[in-house]
Design a protein around this ligand. Structure first.
Ligand code: HEC
Length: 230
């Protein structure tokens, strides 16, 4: 290892002094003074923000202000409801209920989540196991029977489009999943109008009426019972 002092010839040679404590105060101070001079001048206070950064920040603030003035829509709560279309918001926009969601859209979602496993996305069911909903007389006939089927389930022998089935369909009503009138109306409206089916939609009021009428019911329906409503 080389002696660091040998690299700096400006420093006074103290190698001949035996031990550091042999250094006089004067020679120590002069060494420190030289070292201080060779370092960059220490600065006082703060360095100003570079002018470029300042320009960028003021630009951002101006942009933010213009953006907010342009797109805040007066901070109207309805303006941030993504289900509202501009023409649905009336004069003041305030206090008006947002439009009800399309029952067919809700119905399709409910069907995909709850019925597809058995009746299939095509509505054709599975031959011999799950009956079809497409063109089924039970779906397209009086809304009374499909409402009952979804509310309380269905069991026993049933004939759909000339083919016999004998299995069990689970209930979605009060005894199990407790679907609301709106949900049942939506899923039935969907299956009555999808895949080329063309029957009237089912209203939540009709479902509510059937629900009240069958309030005592706890078991699944049989086809024989539903025949009366066909
Ligand atoms: C676990 C399977 C299963 C699920 C889930 C299911 N069903 Fe069914 N569904 C059946 C079976 C099985 C039958 C026939 C019952 C029988 O044999 O008595 C049936 C019969 C029906 C019928 C009357 C017969 C026909 O084909 O027209 C309708 C209407 C119906 N289901 C609608 C629905 C709707 C709507 C849903 C969803 C909310 C649904 N089903 C969910 C199995 C299922």
């Amino acid at each position: 290892m080389s002696d660091p002092r040998s690299e700096n010839s400006n420093l006074p040679d103290v190698s001949d002094v035996p031990g550091q404590d042999g250094l006089s105060d004067d020679s120590l101070q002069s060494v420190h003074a030289q070292m201080l001079r060779e370092k960059p001048e220490p600065k006082d206070g703060f360095s100003p923000i570079p002018i470029l950064l300042l320009l960028i920040f003021s630009g951002l603030i101006v942009f933010g202000g213009i953006y907010m003035a342009r797109y805040s829509a007066g901070f109207n709560a309805l303006a941030f409801n993504e289900t509202v279309r501009p023409d649905d918001v009336g004069e003041g926009g305030e206090g008006e209920a947002p439009p009800a969601p399309d029952p067919l859209v809700v119905g399709k979602r409910l069907y995909t989540q709850n019925c597809v496993a058995c009746h299939q996305a095509t509505g054709q069911g599975l031959p011999g196991v799950f009956p079809p909903l497409v063109a089924s007389e039970w779906v397209l006939g009086s809304e009374q029977s499909p409402i009952r089927v979804v509310l309380h389930g269905l069991g026993g022998e049933i004939e759909v489009l000339g083919v016999s089935y004998n299995s069990i369909m689970p209930a979605f009503g009060p005894s199990t999943l407790n679907w609301g009138d709106g949900d049942i109306a939506a899923v039935l409206s969907y299956i009555r109008q999808e895949w080329g089916n063309a029957a009237d939609p089912v209203s939540p009021e009709t479902v509510a009426a059937v629900r009240a009428e069958t309030a005592d019911r706890t078991t699944a329906w049989t086809a024989a019972e539903l025949d009366a409503f066909k």
